[in-house]
Design a protein around this ligand. Structure first.
Ligand SMILES: Nc1ncnc2c1ncn2[C@@H]1O[C@H](COP(=O)(O)OP(=O)(O)OP(=O)(O)O)[C@@H](O)[C@H]1O
Ligand SMILES: [Mg+2]
Length: 242
């Protein structure tokens, strides 16, 4: 039996998105979908506009044209806070935790007011490495542990879409593997992930769909299995020279 796909099958639909910063257009008409519950990779070399795109989706930066539809709802008039309350979560590059607060408080703060009775225990069950660190300031933990805390916090917000900006950045390869395991755990809660990653081969291995951004336009959009990491890396180098 076939089922009809409806708009709401996509957690995120971006259509002809344009914009950037004062005087510089960064995105030149981007259209992409993130199916509900999927893992979708957003790849591209430095400066391609990946972070800019995530900032527009989360509402931190206003596009000059185009649309961002989240779970069937046009977001044009929604503030970043309203988008977060509706289930959209951004883990910005290197800024996913409050370093001066304890791990416990970092987790507690993330529980929405309407769910005060809920405990952070569910996050600790998924990410047990945090348990023995509960009373340490988050900033004293290793980089990898801090990123796992950022993922645990995201999980507590029960989002339907999580935007991840290079959560593996600056970590040793062994730790990067742990982060990718943690991302799989996060995804198993049912949230869709739109993942910006520099580790192309790991990102492709765990993603169902992938997009490649090339100086503000998409050069590829489709199944991750259609791409191989070496060719993607080569395309980055060509773009760098262009
Ligand atoms: N706050 C800003 N003001 C002006 N220009 C900016 C700003 N942030 C980024 N840019 C420019 O916008 C372009 C896209 O940057 P962006 O950070 O989105 O790229 P990226 O794909 O995330 O790169 P990276 O892989 O290095 O993180 C770059 O040319 C960058 O210099
Ligand atoms: Mg970036």
């Amino acid at each position: 039996m076939t089922t009809m796909r409806t708009r709401t099958d996509n957690a995120l639909e971006i259509r002809d998105l344009r914009g950037g910063y004062r005087g510089t257009q960064v995105l030149h008409g981007i259209s992409l979908d993130v199916p509900a519950g999927s893992i979708t990779a957003l790849l591209g070399p430095n400066g391609a506009g990946k972070t800019t795109l995530l900032r527009m989706v989360s509402g931190l930066l206003r596009p000059t044209a185009g649309s961002v539809t989240f779970n069937g709802q046009d977001t044009a008039k929604l503030s970043p806070t309203r988008r977060a309350a509706a289930g959209l979560c951004l883990i910005p590059e290197g800024k996913g935790v409050f370093p001066n607060l304890t791990v416990k408080d970092n987790l507690r703060l993330q529980i929405p007011p309407r769910a005060r009775s809920r405990s952070y225990e569910e996050a600790l069950e998924l990410f047990p490495v945090l348990r023995r660190r509960l009373n340490s300031p988050a900033g004293r933990m290793s980089g990898g542990e801090q990123q796992i805390l950022a993922l645990a916090r995201a999980r507590l917000a029960s989002p339907s879409l999580i935007l991840l900006d290079e959560v593996s950045m600056g970590l040793a390869p062994r730790i990067v593997e742990q982060i990718f395991d943690a991302l799989r755990i996060l995804s198993s809660s049912g949230a869709a992930l739109l993942m910006v990653e520099q580790y192309v081969s790991q990102a492709l291995a765990m993603s169902e769909f992938a997009y490649i951004l090339d100086r503000g336009t998409l050069s590829f959009g489709g199944r991750a299995s259609e791409l191989d990491a070496d060719s993607v890396m080569e395309s980055y180098l060509k773009q760098g020279r262009a």
